[in-house]
Design a binder for this molecule. Structure first.
Ligand code: ADP
Ligand code: MG
Length: 395
């Protein structure tokens, strides 16, 4: 069922407790924000709340403080950057809850913005402690969840407060849900998906769920090795999940029963080790040397996958085709990124590393939807219900 959005509730004069995902990357040496895309992405929702005359109380986490105060993970810089982007002061508090926070909230005027301290400084956050949820919820009248990236986690600020306050989606959440939801339920065909990454065990749910929806599913990255091994090929020293070869066989049989195309590599770039790109060579899948490992898909496979993408009307890509962190093994991933970007299909890219490779290639503008949530978009594509969305009010 569809969830309520900000337009479905009265916001003027209301204290709005909003969860965003401002977990931005920072420089290890200076702590400066190195990429503020996540903050930018939250601006429209916050602006809208201000325009509606709400009192905006922002919650986010940053990094993994594990329930303790970590000075380097305080949100002062995040609040500063938001203030710059939004052109209005953002009052950053040094606590998440407590008397000081309550006093600051009580003093708010309509349209004011407050940012609470990093919610993960308190152990109760990730434990979804009901007492912390109660304290947080007491600060607001309405809960807006705009943090798609953490929607798969049932934490206090993402889920707990939604049991106490009426909860609605922010713009970013709404966009993610409608784009990904539409892709799963009413995509234009041919619908193709490319799934890569290191392990089949991480992606099995996605592969199984997408196989039901797509016309063609292409496998790359480390997980392709397990499929190849299952077909009887010797994979040398490649990353192979031996306990998953039966599963890979079952998936291939299932694809056949469904009449779906399941493509796996026909050639590979192999090398002695990730650290030895000078030993790289291209081989067909039946000729992987015993002392080498598969680290990228090969050029014939790239052609095959490009072709399938070129014919598509909808394409979803999740997970790199090789060890793209090393240039010598980034060729397949780069080619797939190019193919997805230049296809006329409606394109969706999800997954932390796949999004990073799109950014690395400077192709952001050519993708129709870049999902902001790595784990969350994976779980959504698996067909799972996300607790941070489930808890919101139905329309
Ligand atoms: P995403 O974040 O896009 O969901 P994953 O986290 O599942 O992607 O996978 C990305 C990782 O998979 C990368 O670190 C990459 O180096 C690794 N990987 C890809 N292909 C291989 C391979 N053939 N062997 C080992 N690791 C691989
Ligand atoms: Mg990843």
């Amino acid at each position: 069922m569809a969830k309520k959005t900000m337009q479905d509730v009265e916001l003027t004069g209301k204290r709005v407790l909003i969860r965003v995902d401002f977990n931005v990357p920072r420089s290890k040496t200076t702590g400066e924000i190195t990429n503020d895309v996540r903050i930018q992405a939250g601006v429209p929702t916050i602006k809208y709340l201000v325009e509606q005359g709400a009192k905006v109380i922002i919650m986010t986490h940053m990094g993994r403080p594990k329930g303790e105060v970590k000075e380097e993970l305080r949100l002062d810089r995040v609040a500063e950057r938001l203030a710059e982007l939004i052109g209005q002061p953002v009052k950053k508090l040094d606590q998440v809850v407590g008397p000081e926070v309550e006093a600051a909230v009580a003093a708010m005027q309509n349209g004011d913005i407050i940012m609470l301290e990093n919610v993960r400084f308190l152990p109760g956050e990730t434990e979804n402690d009901p007492e912390l949820a109660r304290q947080l919820a007491a600060l607001g009248d309405v809960f807006v969840n705009d943090a798609f990236g953490t929607a798969h986690r049932a934490h206090c600020s993402t889920e707990g407060v939604g049991h106490i306050l009426p909860g609605v989606m922010g713009f970013l959440m709404d966009k993610e849900i409608s784009v990904l939801g539409k892709a799963l339920s009413e995509a234009e065909h041919p619908f193709v998906a490319i799934v890569g990454g290191s392990k089949i065990s991480d992606k099995i749910g996605v592969v199984q769920n997408l196989l039901e929806k797509v016309d063609c599913l292409m496998i790359g990255g480390g997980m392709a090795n397990t499929f190849l091994k299952a077909k009887g090929y010797e994979m040398g020293t490649s990353l192979v999940e031996d306990d998953k070869t039966d599963l890979a066989l079952k998936i291939m049989q299932h694809a056949e029963q469904l009449g779906k195309k399941l493509l796996i590599p026909v050639d590979l770039t192999v090398a002695s080790a990730i650290e030895q790109p000078e030993t790289a060579q291209v081989v067909t899948v039946d000729a992987v040397p015993a002392d080498k490992m598969a680290l990228d898909i090969g050029p014939e496979t790239v052609k095959l996958y490009q072709q399938a993408v070129a014919d598509a009307k909808t394409v979803i890509w999740n997970g790199p085709m090789g060890v793209f962190e090393v240039d010598a093994f980034a060729v397949g991933t780069g080619a797939v990124a190019q193919a997805v970007a230049s296809s006329g299909a409606y394109s969706i890219v999800g997954g932390g590393d796949s999004v990073a490779s799109i950014e690395k290639a400077g192709l952001n503008d050519k993708i129709d939807h870049i999902s902001t949530g790595g784990g969350a978009s994976l779980e959504f594509l698996e067909g799972k219900k996300l607790p941070g969305i489930e808890v919101l009010q139905d329309k």
